[in-house]
Ligand binder design. Structure first.
Ligand SMILES: NC(=O)C1=CN([C@@H]2O[C@H](COP(=O)(O)OP(=O)(O)OC[C@H]3O[C@@H](n4cnc5c(N)ncnc54)[C@H](OP(=O)(O)O)[C@@H]3O)[C@@H](O)[C@H]2O)C=CC1
Ligand SMILES: O=C(O)C1=N[C@H](C(=O)O)C[C@H](O)C1
Length: 279
């Protein structure tokens, strides 16, 4: 339950509206009840600055809102920001979001430990909902992965394979790491203790209990993930295929609404979807 009553309609800013996800997020906000698009940002100096958001994202009509390259005044007048930009930009946005006390929904992947430490500090002042994947299907898969890993034990080898479009910047994907963390949790460990990220050359036998990752990149693949539990004489594979980025955008809007009136802190989509307890 929220700690305070949530407003009826919340004002939402989309950061990085010129990106593959940015345009989807703006559409999702425009289409969703209970949220109003209050701003959309691009990197300083981007040639979309000043253009109408509707025209810039290809909606086919103006919506009377100009793209901005200055997040500060937009954040000051909003209740939430949806952020699928880059690790550096998301950390800078988190510092502004903390000052404005707004819900910061972060879909960005590829964070390093130093970024995560800064996000943790910001979450002392505002709600951060961060997940490597905001879709319902992947979050269900995450909860299932934790359960299956707990049930099968370490004699079943866990391998996670992900496939994405040719433009993706980071590997393994944020989703793959989320699934790996869930498998590790199911076994009472952390992913840092068990992860094997990339194999090449004379690798020797697989360490028992390791969680392996492999990444494929090509074409326009939206995102595919498979978690295989390989035992002696049988294999169990759980998977998810995304065919439309709107699944991530809708999840982000849901997270923005969920965050209203919550206590400051770090949350994820399992919290939003009520799947943490179920795991
Ligand atoms: N959690 C989830 O469900 C999902 C997460 N993702 C993640 O979201 C991120 C973005 O993915 P994608 O949309 O494909 O990538 P893109 O590169 O298409 O989009 C990122 C956008 O952010 C912009 N940007 C960077 N810095 C700033 C800034 N300071 N202010 C405003 N805009 C900025 C970039 O601008 P410029 O090009 O000028 O640098 C670019 O337009 C990735 O980390 C990806 O893994 C993607 C899909 C789903
Ligand atoms: O970069 C992407 O496109 C995606 N990134 C996320 C990830 O790293 O897992 C989520 C989704 O798979 C698409």
């Amino acid at each position: 339950m929220p700690d305070r009553p949530a407003p009826q309609t919340i004002h939402v800013v989309v950061a990085g509206v010129a990106g593959r996800m940015g345009g989807m997020l703006a559409r999702a906000v425009i289409e969703h009840d209970g949220v109003t698009l209050a701003g959309a940002t691009v990197r300083p100096g981007h040639d979309w600055a000043g253009r109408d958001v509707g025209e810039a994202i290809g909606l086919g009509r103006p919506i009377g809102l100009a793209v901005s390259d200055d997040p500060l005044p937009l954040f000051a007048g909003a209740q939430a920001v949806l952020d699928f930009t880059s690790p550096e930009a998301a950390v800078a946005h988190a510092e502004l979001a903390a000052q404005a006390r707004l819900t910061h929904v972060i879909g960005v992947t590829g964070f390093e430990a130093a970024h995560l430490a800064r996000l943790r500090a910001c979450a002392r002042h505002a709600v951060i909902v961060r997940a490597g994947n905001m879709s319902l299907g992947v979050n269900l898969l995450t909860a299932m992965t934790r359960r299956v890993a707990a049930a099968l034990g370490t004699e079943w080898d866990v391998e996670i394979v992900e496939t994405h479009h040719r433009w993706k910047a980071d590997a393994p994907s944020g989703t793959a790491l989320m699934l790996g963390e869930a498998a590790a949790q199911g076994r009472g460990a952390t992913l840092a203790e068990l992860a094997v990220r990339g194999r090449d050359g004379i690798t020797g036998p697989r360490p028992e209990g390791a969680i392996g990752f492999a990444s494929l990149r090509g074409g326009d693949v939206v995102g595919e993930h498979a978690v295989t539990f390989a035992g002696m004489g049988e294999r169990v594979t759980l998977g998810h295929v995304a065919t439309d980025r709107m699944i991530f955008a809708r999840g982000a809007v849901q997270a923005a609404l969920w965050g209203q009136g919550r206590r400051p802190g770090e949350y994820d989509m399992l919290d939003v979807l009520g799947l943490n307890e179920a795991g």
